[in-house]
Ligand binder design. Structure first.
Ligand code: HEM
Ligand SMILES: *[C@@H]1O[C@H](CO)[C@@H](O)[C@H](O)[C@H]1NC(C)=O
Length: 228
């Protein structure tokens, strides 16, 4: 059928294949190489980012047992904690996730403090001056996302804070395309872990630090997983 819309992302990408496409003369469509890049990018960004954020959660959690307790208390209040003697883990619905305010705050705090992507960049499209600094057209500007997220000037501004005070996913029209998915995945996995009778415990070797490659992940995470 001629005007049937592609059903998924890959079908959409493949439908835009145009071997002749090039950015200068032939504007429409994507070449094979460009489609390959798009698919690879989706796989890498879709996998490594969320798993990195999760390692940061496990690291922070091990350093803050009282926060794990409080998450479990919230789950208990909502009858979502595992029922010990039956080893039954209650299912989670989207509604349940929304109602877990404290768990949501913890997930947000992980995104704020974990420097998954410590920085991003932009190329200036015109000459300008920002805070007395001259910026010339064509210059690459590095934006220190993690510094912004942890800037003490924004602390205590829980309500009505500046929209760009916390930007783990960047901002503007090139902001992270997967942020809603990442957010949902992260919160779901964190809550699913906390529903069970496990606690992440600190150890002497659990000294943290970080390694920065494509993403920035914790270097020495050595936790004990205790089954209560
Ligand atoms: C905790 C998880 C994640 C974090 C912290 C994160 C963070 C970011 C950041 C900071 C950028 C650059 C934004 C900018 O320059 O303004 C970005 C771009 C991007 N992200 Fe994510 N991301 C995450 C998960 C994901 C997931 C799950 C996907 C895909 C399913 C994804 C796909 C992308 C893509 C395709 C771009 C490039 C967008 C563009 O250049 O137009 N990300 N991400
Ligand atoms: C979880 O979600 C289901 C369906 O949306 C609902 O019936 C149930 O009451 C919710 N439980 C809690 C504790 O919010």
């Amino acid at each position: 059928m001629e005007n049937e819309q592609p059903k998924n992302l890959i079908a959409l990408l493949v439908s835009s294949l145009n071997e002749e496409a090039n950015d200068d003369q032939v504007l429409s469509g994507l070449t094979r190489a460009e489609i390959f890049d798009e698919v690879l990018m989706m796989i890498i960004t879709g996998y490594e980012t969320t798993s990195t954020a999760l390692s940061w959660f496990i690291f922070f959690a091990s350093k803050n047992p009282q926060i794990q307790q409080r998450m479990k208390e919230e789950l208990r209040e909502h009858h979502l904690l595992m029922i010990d003697n039956l080893k039954y883990v209650p299912p989670l619905t989207a509604d349940n996730l929304t109602s877990l305010t404290y768990c949501e705050c913890v997930t947000k705090e992980v995104l704020r403090l974990a420097p998954v992507f410590g920085l991003t960049s932009r190329i200036a499209t015109y000459d300008t001056i920002v805070n007395d600094v001259k910026i010339h057209r064509g210059q690459t500007i590095l934006i220190a996302l993690h510094n912004i997220n942890t800037d003490a000037r924004f602390l205590g501004e829980d309500k009505n804070h500046h929209p760009l005070a916390m930007i783990p996913f960047g901002g503007g029209h090139r902001a992270c395309i997967g942020q809603e998915l990442a957010w949902l995945e992260l919160k779901t996995i964190i809550v699913r872990m906390m529903q069970r009778d496990i606690t992440f415990e600190d150890t002497p070797e659990n000294v943290g630090g970080y390694n920065e490659r494509i993403t920035c992940f914790p270097k020495n995470v050595v936790v004990r997983v205790r089954f209560d």
